[in-house]
Design a protein around this ligand. Structure first.
Ligand SMILES: *Cc1c(COP(=O)(O)O)cnc(C)c1O
Length: 370
C-alpha cells in the first residue's frame, strides 16, 4: 500500500469476470439481449426468494420504481416524507406533480418520526413515503396504523434496506410497495438498477406493464407507461452478485464491529448499534460528531481525513429540504426539522464495503483518534 492510497467510502461488489464472461457468451448465443429475457426472469425469481418477498419487478435504477409506484397507486396532492435522504426520494414526488411535506426525523434512528406525521396530515394528503435510512428499519407498525386511520398509502424508499429483516421477516413487505436501488454504490448492485417489491400478482402485472410503456400485449397499451426494462447483461451480472452478497454483508459486519470497538470510548463521537431482532445489512457506517466534546467540527474532521486519503461522505448533507427546488416549501423551514438539521450537520459516513482491509480500517480509526 503506497502513501497516496485513497480509501473510498464504498467499492462496488463485482462478479468473477470469467463467470460473467460465460454468461455473456450464453446471451450472445441466444441473441436475446433485453425485453424480459431468461436472465431477467431468473433474477426476479432469485431476488424474491433471497429477499423473502412474494414479487419483485426489476427496474433500470432505484428512482424509476419510486416514480412508477406513485403512478400505479395514483397518488396526488401531498405526500409526507423525510428530508433526511438522497434527493431521489423527493424528486420522485415532484416528477408526479405531488407536493412533498417534510416531517422531522427521530434522532435515535435517522428515520421519519412517526409521532410527528399526524400533525402534517391535511385533506390533500394521500400517502406517506418513508425511507429506511442506512438500512435501519422504520417503525413500520406505527406508520401503518396512522396510514390506516387516515386512509393513506405507504411507499417505502428501501434503497438502503436490501436483505434487512425484523424478527425473521423482510422489511420490504411493509407498506403498499417498497423500492430498492441496485446502483454500484449499494450493498447489492447490478451496476445501475433497482426493483419494486409488491404483495400480489395483480400489482406485479400492472407494474410490469408500466415499466414497458404500458404494453399489455402486442398491440394493447393499457396505461401511459415508462421504459425501465432491465437488459440481460445486467440481469446475469445480478445473478452472479447475488451468490456473493451474503459474504459481502458479513465482511461489512466485521468492519462495523471493528469501528464500534475502536470508537466506543472516543469523546464526542456517537454511532448506531445493532437493533434487537434486526438482521442488518451494514450498508453504511455513519458517525456523529459533537464538536464541543470532540474538539473539532464535523467539517474539520471530514476535510482532515480527506487530506490524509480517507474519503468519508457527508450523507445526508445538505438536507433535501435545503435544495433550491424545495427550500421555499413551508415544511422545509429549518425550525420544522431541528433533528434532521442536527444530524445533517454532524454526520460522516465512514468508508464501508466488503473489500476494506484491516490496514485500511486501522488507518481510518487512527485518523479519527488523532
Ligand atoms: C441510491 C438511492 C436512490 C436512487 O437510486 P438510483 O438507483 O441511484 O436511482 C433513492 N433513494 C435513496 C435513499 C438512495 O440512497
Amino acid at each position: 500500500m503506497d502513501n497516496n492510497h485513497q480509501i473510498t467510502v464504498t467499492s462496488p461488489l463485482l462478479p468473477d469476470l470469467d463467470e460473467f464472461h460465460q454468461l455473456l457468451k450464453e446471451i450472445w448465443d441466444s441473441k436475446w439481449i433485453t425485453n424480459n429475457g431468461s436472465f431477467h426472469q431468473r433474477l426476479e425469481k432469485a431476488l424474491a426468494e433471497y429477499l423473502k418477498v412474494p414479487y419483485v419487478s426489476l427496474f433500470t435504477n432505484g428512482t424509476l420504481p419510486l416514480i412508477t409506484a406513485l403512478q400505479a397507486l395514483r397518488i396526488t396532492g401531498e405526500v409526507i416524507t423525510t428530508p433526511y435522504s438522497f434527493v431521489a426520494t423527493t424528486h420522485s414526488l415532484w416528477w408526479n406533480g405531488i407536493k412533498p411535506v417534510f416531517v422531522d426525523i427521530d434522532p435515535a434512528t435517522g428515520n421519519i418520526d412517526p409521532e410527528k406525521i399526524e400533525a402534517a396530515i391535511t385533506p390533500k394528503t394521500t400517502a406517506i413515503m418513508p425511507v429506511h435510512v442506512y438500512g435501519k428499519p422504520c417503525d413500520t407498525k406505527r406508520i401503518q396504523e396512522i396510514a390506516d386511520k387516515y386512509g393513506l398509502k405507504v411507499i417505502y424508499d428501501a434503497a438502503h434496506a436490501f436483505g434487512v429483516e425484523v424478527n425473521g421477516e423482510s422489511i420490504l413487505n411493509a407498506g403498499d410497495m417498497s423500492t430498492l436501488s441496485f446502483h454500484a454504490t449499494k450493498v447489492y448492485n447490478t451496476i445501475e438498477g433497482g426493483a419494486m417489491v409488491m404483495h400480489d400478482e395483480k400489482t406485479k402485472k400492472r407494474i410490469d406493464y408500466l415499466k414497458n410503456f404500458g404494453f399489455a400485449g402486442e398491440t394493447e397499451v393499457v396505461a401511459p407507461g415508462i421504459n425501465s426494462k432491465v437488459d440481460e447483461m445486467r440481469s446475469a451480472y445480478g445473478l452472479l452478485n447475488l451468490r456473493q452478497v451474503d459474504d459481502a454483508i458479513e465482511a461489512r459486519h466485521q468492519v462495523a464491529v471493528r469501528y464500534r470497538e475502536a470508537l466506543r470510548d472516543v469523546d464526542g463521537i456517537t454511532f448506531f448499534d445493532d437493533m434487537p431482532g434486526v438482521k442488518h445489512n451494514y450498508s453504511y457506517f455513519p458517525i456523529f460528531i459533537d464538536a464541543d466534546k470532540f474538539g473539532m467540527t464535523r467539517d474539520e474532521l471530514y476535510f482532515k481525513m480527506r487530506d490524509n486519503g480517507v474519503l468519508g461522505r457527508r450523507y445526508f448533507y445538505p438536507l433535501i429540504s435545503e435544495f433550491t427546488t424545495y427550500r421555499g416549501l413551508p415544511s422545509a423551514a429549518p425550525d420544522n426539522l431541528p433533528n434532521a438539521h442536527r444530524m445533517a450537520d454532524t454526520v460522516i459516513c465512514l468508508p464501508m464495503h466488503h473489500a476494506l482491509s484491516d490496514a485500511d480500517v486501522n488507518k481510518i480509526i487512527a485518523q479519527i483518534k488523532r
